[in-house]
Ligand binder design. Sequence first.
Ligand code: GLN
Length: 536
Amino acid sequence: MTKTKYVFVTGGVTSSLGKGIISASLGRLLQARGFSVTIQKLDPYINVDPGTLNPYEHGECYVTDDGAETDLDLGHYERFLDIQTSQANNVTTGRIYQSVINKERRGDYLGKTVQVIPHITDEIKRRITLLGKSGKYDIIITEIGGTVGDIESLPYIEAVRQLRWDLGHNNTAIIHLTLVPFLNASGELKTKPTQHSVKVLLENGIQPDILVLRTEHQLTKEIRKKVALFCNVNLESVIQSIDVSTIYEVPLLMQEENLDKTVMARLNIEPRDGIDLKPWRNFVKKLKNAKREVNIALVGKYVELYDSYKSILESLTHAGALNDAKVNVTCLHSEMISPETVNEDLAGYHGIVVAPGFGDRGIEGKIFAVQYARENEIPFFGICLGLQCAVIEFARNILGYKDAHSTEMTNITTHPVIDLMEEQKGVTEKGGTMRLGGYACELVEESRVYKAYRKKLIRERHRHRYEFNNDFLEEFESKGMVAAGINPESNLVEIMEQPGHPWFIGTQFHPEYSSTVLNPHPLFISFIKAAVEHAG
Ligand code: GLN
């Protein structure tokens, strides 16, 4: 294949239909047929990136190795395709406008009125085709965020309409994902929302090639025919996406529905028959036939929305499958945990994860959770703020510094065991200014983390401003907390562990960003193994 082909995925009827999972599943199938694939997401909001958003808004902020703060769908892309994405894989309206306005100020459009069409749409098209210019990819899937009909999605839909002409119809495919609701009262599946949603696309000049219909019940041939007839697609292009117990089954279902073959035909790609889904099938089989169960408490403050901890939950799932264990995760609100309730709150869990986070809301509850895990010898995994809580707990209860704290939370402590990084001290802007992306870390050879990774030099992704204060390192190590991973350039402590405890590890980085189905993360594997052992 010489020319890069483009697949666009739009969504209709309602949000949260799972465009990200459908895009990732299609990507996985095409990749399993030997194509080189990547996926990008276009988000119609005005924030330049989701780094400044509260997790309650759109769920977790996912960080790529090159340090981009991105939409959580990029996590799905990486987990499904086992590839690395980058800044170029996530574009927001804010970023588009920012570049256009910068160009305008520079005088690039001198004399012209700058308008949505063509200037904004040209910038969208430039961004969409950017990854294709590398020549690395046979197929690029572009997920358009939002729902068709939204005012803010319009420039994206228009850009896709134009791109069909620029790139040629045989080089583009448009998949539209909709919902076929089931009405209990009449006992019927309804296609009207799909018809309307396709009409909206048609009004904007786009005829979708393939319709993927989310449904809770099997679609009959009659329903598929009806949709095909009203929406101008052939019957094979009406694809059912029925609810399943795990997102990891979706690629297999999409293969049964021939989504990949239909896309290949649409893109005029020589059909490739061989498809290697064996490792994927094995994973799903293990996931669904786990022999045992472990109960994990995830202590955080955004627990009302599971998407806030998406990558952690998925990493636990990957590690569970590898350990033949079903991982039951309960998200516990750290604001509810107090010294009076902690014994009851955390009783019965085989492992405790203290989550990343920002600000002081719920911080004390997290510290009590750490203390409980340490004293009761429950496997403990602290991630980013979770590590920082473990450090504070140790300083308060083992070193006896009752006022020990992070200077993120207070500036009146005499024991700032977690402090602002040197390079952060002059930073005043909030967006994109944390320590972000992949950094090297050297492991101590006798450590538990070294045993898990089985190598000395690792690279992990970061997203934080504060760090362990090295002034206290000697004291910590003299009392049994070991800095098991250090950044070789900056000397920052990246991992703390307590060798005297069955499994007590905190990482300043976010291992959850790099766990994939085919390569589950070594620390999550080791943590779940410890939880399985703890469960007996
Ligand atoms: N708020 C902490 C810091 O900056 C931890 C961040 C996190 O957990 N991602 O440094």
